[in-house]
Design a protein around this ligand. Structure first.
Ligand code: B12
Ligand code: SF4
Ligand code: SF4
Length: 346
């Protein structure tokens, strides 16, 4: 049964959002997403082996499958940009240097939902941070918080693309809905497309995950990274920020004071140190960060590739040791990296 309530005041919801620490919130009508937005991308194979993207495609395209009677989608933005000196040369992408962003955003969303339920007990809601079957960038765009740039990232006016998203569906209307995405500010710029080392940006914000180093370093945990991509992994072990770093709209980042994004000790390590991590060091440094998704062997495999890509001759003894590692992808990565070193110093 759908409960009928008068439109909720967005001014009050904005207050609640601010109280729990979100930087921006916007409101979109919970209308279905045109199916080609997702289905064409899946059909072209751009999801690589992320089968979970297709498995719940129907829900991704229609939020009323997640919350019957859905009327409104709230999109929340959190700025995560920091420039702490200890992580200045980190091979880990910015969003993953601190505490796992999933828990940081989930805690804020939980706090919002708690306050919301106290004020509007009759309204049902469904929340998502990253892993839920929702298209979060589409909702952020519809909610008027920015637009999807050619680099495939959601770009806001105040914070550029250095933001993470959280989403909440309500079965009630609000008093004011956004008009849709803000104006595209990319214009004729193509810097991100030209700078992507693996040609993963296909234009119009489309990303081919198969070619994206973010996918290869995080999601491709079991296999091996194609050779033509490994050579681009110099100082890049988890995620990739190249197409955001070059973006002129990211030139004036706003620093966040949120300590949960402060780099953890693991973000102070260099590639050699990550390649040499013992299971004990991994257990001490990685749990509680987003890096845990790549797992112990995935991080070391990526670090071995990065050593090969940078042709670090001083890494030879470490790589020789990793050639005997019990994990096959780590072993193969170390063997490949040694061959790269041989090409500069036999
Ligand atoms: C799958 C996924 C990936 C994949 C594929 C990337 C991709 N662009 O699809 C991989 C592993 C490669 C990846 C990488 C990264 N990801 Co990711 N990822 C996701 C995930 C789970 C789903 C995205 C998705 O649905 N893709 C399918 C395509 C078809 O949809 P889309 O991305 O929305 O793009 C299309 C639509 O937006 C449409 N569109 C654009 N504007 C509009 C407007 C309207 C009205 C409509 C209808 C449609 C429309 O055009 C786009 C192109 O076809 C989301 C979380 C979520 N649940 O949404 C996080 C998410 C997108 N990722 C995030 C992050 C932080 C990253 C990385 C920056 C991490 C890193 N530093 O390495 C990189 C960025 C890579 C890049 N250049 O995009 C953030 C985005 C932050 C931001 N500012 O954009 C998200 C939202 C997670 C979160 N909760 O914060 N990711
Ligand atoms: S994250 Fe890196 S590999 Fe992926 S599209 Fe951007 S620049 Fe290319
Ligand atoms: S680099 Fe240029 S084209 Fe790419 S997202 Fe930024 S402004 Fe748009």
């Amino acid at each position: 049964m759908t409960v009928s309530v008068s439109p909720l005041p967005t001014a009050h919801l904005r207050q609640l959002s601010e109280q729990v620490g979100f930087e921006l919130v916007g409101f979109a009508r919970a209308e279905p997403i045109p199916s080609e937005v997702l289905l064409d991308w899946l059909a072209a194979g751009c999801a690589a082996d992320m089968d979970w993207m297709g498995e719940r495609a129907a829900e991704r395209l229609d939020v009323s499958r997640l919350l019957p009677g859905a009327k409104t989608v709230l999109s929340f933005v959190t700025n995560y940009y920091r420039d702490d000196a200890q992580a200045a040369d980190s091979p880990i992408a910015r969003y993953a240097r601190g505490r796992d962003y999933h828990s940081t955003l989930r805690d804020k969303l939980k706090a919002f939902r708690k306050r919301f339920s106290l004020a509007y007990p009759e309204v049902k809601h469904y929340g998502c941070v990253d892993s839920g079957p929702l298209m979060e960038k589409v909702w952020a765009a519809r909610a008027g918080l920015g637009y999807v740039g050619k680099n495939g990232c959601f770009i806001t006016e105040p914070f550029g693309s250095w933001v993470l998203l959280a989403t909440l569906i309500l079965d009630a209307e609000v008093d004011v809905f956004a008009d849709g995405p803000s104006a595209d500010r990319c214009g004729h710029c193509r810097k991100c497309i030209m700078s992507c080392p693996t040609g993963a940006l296909l234009g119009q914000g489309r990303v081919d995950a198969r070619a994206c180093l973010s996918y290869q370093t995080i999601e491709n945990r079991h296999g091996e990274v194609p050779e033509s991509f490994r050579v681009e992994m110099d100082n890049l072990i988890f995620g990739c920020d190249i197409c955001q770093d070059v973006c002129p709209l990211n030139r004036h980042p706003v620093l966040t004071s949120n300590e949960r994004f402060a780099p953890r000790a693991v973000a102070g390590l260099g590639v050699m140190e990550i390649a040499a991590l013992t299971p004990e060091q991994y257990a001490e440094l990685v749990p509680g960060t987003a890096l845990a998704r790549a797992r112990y062997d995935g991080l070391r495999r990526n670090a071995a590739y990065a050593l090969g890509a940078s042709k670090r001759v001083e890494a030879r003894p470490l790589l020789a040791r990793l050639c005997d590692d019990p994990c096959a992808p780590v072993r193969h990565a170390a063997q490949w990296a040694l061959r790269q070193l041989d090409s500069v110093s036999p």
